[in-house]
Ligand binder design. Structure first.
Ligand code: ADP
Ligand code: MG
Length: 722
C-alpha cells in the first residue's frame, strides 16, 4: 500500500510547472481557429455571404448551392491550416460529446489523391446510430442515425500534438427525423420561445421585432487532483468520485481557499487552457478558487444559448485533456469528495433580440418595465407549473449527492426575485400597483420607473432559481451536465407561458384598450395562480422544506428516482408537444436513456465498492491485524502484554464491513423489477444505503489501520498537496 503513496508524494513534490509560454496578445489568437462570419466574408461572394449570415443569425434553412460554396470555402481554409481530417461533432442524449472522423482525401480515376468536401458531406454524415443510447426510438426505427451541420454554430479546428481536425458542430437524428441528441431540442425550444415572444411583443405594440434568442453564461466548478494520486484511486478513475475516504483533520472549515492565491501549477494550467479557449473563440472571462481546497471555477462571458452549449461541451473536453498534460486529473463530478463542497454549474439565462434588447432587463422606460414584468411573470408561471421538469433535467446519480445537502440548492424548485422585485409582484397581486395616466407607475413608495440595483452581496445563495438583475440563474445544475437540458426546459416553459400570456393579453385588450391595465390584470392572475413559487427566505432551512410541500404545494423530489419519472407526467408531455419541442416518442426515449444511465452509474459504483473493499481495504486491515498479532505474541514471550483495543476495533470494523459487502453483493443480483421506476427506487434507496454502510466501516478502518499500510491516497493528500 504505502510505497505507491510515498512514490506519488515524491513525484508530486518534485514536479515543476510546465514552462510558461509568454502568452500571445489576445487580438492575435482570438478566434484564429474558428471558421466564423469574418472568415466567411473574406472567402465567399457577397450574395452567398448574405445568405449564410442570415442563416447564422436567424436559423433560416440553407439551400444546397450555398452549402456547397460554404463547404468549399471551409475546406480551403482548413487545408491552408494543415488540416487533413474533418469530423462531425454531435451531442447524444448522454452528457458526452461524440465525433465521427473522415479524411478529406479520396482517390480519383488515375489513382491520384484529391481532396473532396461538398455541401452534402458538410450537411450529412452517417455515424452508426445504434452505438448511442436512443431509448425507445431504437425500437421503432432502423439503427441509422444522421448528423447534419448546424450552421448557427461555427466550425473550428482542434489541434492535438500530431494532428489537426476540422470540427463541424452537428445535429443528430434518426432517419425518420427524430431528435437523438441534445442540440435539436435546444434549437426547437429557441424557435418556440421566439414564436411566442413575438406574439406578446406585437400585442404590446412593438414593431420591427427581430428574432429572439436565449443566452447562456455558465459558471463551471471543478476539482484538480494530482494525477499521481488519481491514478492509484480506481474509484476516481472509473466513477469520477471517491467511494471511500475519511474526512481530513483540515477540511474546508477555514474557508481559506476561496479567492486565495492560485497555486502556480494550477495557474499555468489555467493559462494554457484559456489560451486554447481564446483560439476557439470561447470568451473565458473569470477564474478563481472555489470554496473547497483543490476546487476552482471558470466562467466564460455569455453567448447565444446554442453556441454557449457547444462551447460548454468543448470546454469540458479541453479541461480534462489540458489538466492531463499538466499532471492533474480534472474532476467534473458533482461530489468527488464526501464532506467537502461539491461542484455545480450555474446556468445564467436570459432572452432577447437586437431590437427590444434583453427582455429580462427592467430597462429604462415605463414601457420597457411592462415588457420586463411580463417576461419575468412568464418565468414565474413556468417555474411553478414545470418545477418538477426543471428538477428532472438536472437529475443524475452524481447531482443527487449535492442537491439538498445544505451546500447546494434544495431539490424543491422555487424562484428568488430579491426584496424589491418580490414586493412589486406582491403589490400587483394585491391590486396595489397600477400605471398612471402618463405611463408612470403609480406606486406606494416605489420610484416612477423600476430601477433594480444589482446587489451581488445580497444574493440569495440558497435558491435554486434566482433573478440576478438582468437574467435568471439556475443554480441547481450539476458540474458535469450538459447545459442543453436546462436551457431546453427553461426556453420551453417560457414559450408556454408567453403563449398563455398572449391569449390573456389579447382578451384583456379587447375589453379595454389600455396596455398597462391589461398587463397588470394578466400579471395579477399569474401571481394569484403561481405566486406560491416565489420564495426569498433560506432555502436550506427545514421549515422551508415543510412549508414548501405542505402549505405551498410544491414538490420535493430528493433523488433522481423521484425526479426523472416527472418526464412522463402528462403536463410535461403536453408542454413539449404543444410547443413542438419534443414528440411523445422523443420525450419517452429521453426518460429511458436518463433512467438507464442513472441505474448503470449506481451499479458501476456498487461493483467498485465491493471490489475495493474486498481486494484492497480488507487485506490492509488483515495485514495490520497480523502485524499486531505477531508482535503481541512475541511480546508475550517477554511477559509484556499489549493493549488489545486497536486490534479488537480493527477486527470488528473489518468484519462489519465484510458483512455489509455481502449484503451489497446479494442486493446487486436483484434484476427483477416490474417497472423502471421501481428499479431506480431500488438503486436510490437500497443499493445506495448499502454502499454507505460499507463505506462507513471502511472509513473507520482508515482511521485505525497504520498509515503505511493504507492502500489509497487519503483526502488530506489529494486535497492539499499541490
Ligand atoms: P456571479 O454570478 O459570480 O456574479 P458574473 O457576474 O461573472 O458571476 O456572471 C456569471 C455569468 O452570467 C457569466 O457567464 C456572465 O457572462 C453571465 N451573464 C451576465 N449577463 C447575462 C445575461 N444577460 N444573460 C445570460 N448570461 C449573463
Ligand atoms: Mg453566479
Amino acid at each position: 500500500g504505502n510505497e505507491v503513496r510515498v512514490q506519488a508524494i515524491n513525484k508530486i513534490t518534485n514536479r515543476v510547472p510546465l514552462s510558461v509560454k509568454t502568452p500571445k496578445p489576445l487580438s492575435e489568437i482570438w478566434g484564429c481557429d474558428v471558421f466564423n462570419l469574418a472568415r466567411m466574408e473574406e472567402s465567399l461572394s457577397k450574395n452567398v455571404f448574405k445568405t449564410i449570415k442570415n442563416t447564422v443569425q436567424t436559423g433560416a434553412a440553407l439551400d444546397t448551392a450555398t452549402a456547397d460554396m460554404v463547404a468549399a470555402a471551409m475546406k480551403e481554409w482548413a487545408l491552408s491550416k494543415g488540416v487533413k481530417f474533418y469530423s462531425h461533432i454531435f451531442y447524444p442524449m448522454t452528457n458526452i460529446t461524440a465525433e465521427k472522423h473522415d479524411g478529406f482525401i479520396i482517390t480519383n480515376s488515375d489513382g491520384g489523391a484529391i481532396t473532396e468536401f461538398t455541401g452534402s458531406l458538410l450537411i450529412k454524415g452517417e455515424p452508426d446510430g445504434s452505438s448511442f443510447p436512443n431509448g425507445s426510438i431504437r425500437m421503432t426505427n432502423a439503427a441509422r442515425g444522421y448528423t447534419a451541420w448546424d450552421p448557427t454554430s461555427p466550425a473550428y479546428i482542434m489541434h492535438t500534438d500530431n494532428s489537426s481536425t476540422l470540427m463541424i458542430p452537428c445535429v443528430f437524428m434518426s432517419w425518420t427525423g427524430e431528435a437523438l441528441d441534445k442540440k435539436i431540442p435546444l434549437l426547437r425550444s429557441n424557435h418556440a420561445m421566439n414564436k411566442a415572444a413575438q406574439k406578446v411583443l406585437a400585442l404590446m405594440g412593438e414593431t420591427n421585432i427581430a428574432t429572439l434568442n436565449s443566452s447562456c453564461g455558465a459558471e463551471q466548478e471543478y476539482f484538480l487532483v494530482d494525477s499521481a494520486f488519481a491514478n492509484s484511486r480506481p474509484d476516481l478513475l472509473l466513477a469520477g468520485r471517491t467511494l471511500f475516504g475519511a474526512s481530513p483533520a483540515k477540511g474546508q472549515q477555514f474557508d481559506d481557499h476561496y479567492f486565495g492565491a492560485i497555486p502556480e501549477r494550477v495557474q499555468v494550467f489555467m493559462q494554457d487552457f484559456e489560451d486554447q479557449l481564446y483560439r476557439l473563440g470561447i470568451p473565458a472571462k473569470t477564474h478563481h478558487n472555489e470554496v473547497a481546497p483543490g476546487q476552482f471555477e471558470i466562467a466564460p462571458y455569455f453567448e447565444a444559448a446554442n453556441v454557449a452549449a457547444d462551447h460548454q461541451q468543448l470546454m469540458m473536453t479541453l479541461m480534462k485533456s489540458t489538466a492531463k498534460k499538466h499532471g492533474f486529473m480534472c474532476l467534473l463530478h458533482e461530489k468527488p469528495f464526501a464532506g467537502v463542497n461539491g461542484s455545480g454549474k450555474h446556468v445564467n439565462w436570459s432572452v432577447g433580440n437586437a431590437t427590444q434588447g434583453n427582455l429580462l432587463d427592467p430597462g429604462k422606460t415605463p414601457h420597457d418595465n411592462l415588457n420586463f414584468l411580463l417576461f419575468c411573470g412568464a418565468v414565474i408561471r413556468g417555474v411553478h407549473l414545470f418545477g418538477p421538469l426543471l428538477r428532472a433535467v438536472i437529475a443524475s446519480a452524481a447531482n443527487d449527492h449535492r442537491l439538498g445537502a445544505n451546500e447546494a440548492p434544495p431539490a424543491i424548485l422555487s424562484v428568488y426575485l430579491g426584496d424589491q422585485l418580490e414586493k412589486v409582484y406582491m403589490d400587483i397581486k394585491a391590486g396595489k400597483l397600477a400605471m398612471t395616466t402618463d405611463g408612470g407607475l403609480m406606486d406606494l413608495g416605489l420610484p416612477q420607473i423600476l430601477k433594480f440595483e444589482r446587489d451581488p452581496g445580497d444574493r440569495n445563495r440558497t435558491s435554486p432559481f434566482a433573478f440576478t438583475g438582468n437574467r435568471f440563474e439556475f443554480r441547481a445544475v450539476g458540474s458535469s451536465q450538459s447545459v442543453s437540458g436546462p436551457l431546453v426546459a427553461m426556453n420551453t416553459m417560457l414559450a408556454d407561458s408567453l403563449n398563455w400570456i398572449a391569449d390573456k393579453l389579447e382578451a384583456e385588450l379587447k375589453k379595454k384598450d389600455d396596455k398597462a391595465t391589461a398587463v397588470f390584470a394578466v400579471l395579477k392572475e399569474i401571481m394569484e395562480l403561481h405566486g406560491n413559487v416565489v420564495f426569498g427566505g433560506n432555502g436550506y432551512s427545514p421549515e422551508w422544506h415543510k412549508m414548501a410541500v405542505e402549505e405551498r404545494g410544491l414538490k420535493n423530489l430528493p433523488t433522481s428516482a423521484e425526479a426523472i419519472p416527472m418526464l412522463r407526467e402528462e403536463s410535461v408531455r403536453k408542454l413539449f408537444e404543444s410547443t413542438g419541442v419534443l414528440t411523445r416518442v422523443e420525450l419517452e426515449s429521453r426518460f429511458e436513456v436518463y433512467a438507464e444511465q442513472y441505474i448503470l452509474s449506481i451499479e458501476v459504483e456498487a461493483k467498485l465498492v465491493i471490489d475495493m473493499a474486498k481486494t484492497s481495504i480488507y487485506p490492509a486491515a488483515i495485514h495490520y491485524l497480523s502485524e499486531i498479532a505477531q508482535t503481541s505474541s512475541e511480546m508475550a514471550k517477554m511477559d509484556v502484554k499489549l493493549d488489545d483495543t486497536v486490534a479488537k476495533a480493527v477486527a470488528a470494523e473489518a468484519n462489519a464491513m465484510m458483512a455489509a459487502v455481502g449484503k451489497l453483493s446479494a442486493a446487486i443480483k436483484q434484476h427483477d423489477f416490474a417497472t423502471t421506476e421501481e428499479h431506480m427506487n431500488y438503486c436510490a434507496h437500497v443499493i445506495r444505503d448499502l454502499m454507505n454502510e460499507v463505506r462507513a466501516h471502511a472509513d473507520a478502518l482508515e482511521m485505525e489501520v497504520a498509515d503505511e499500510l493504507w492502500p489509497f491516497p487519503k483526502y488530506s493528500e489529494m486535497l492539499f498537496i499541490k
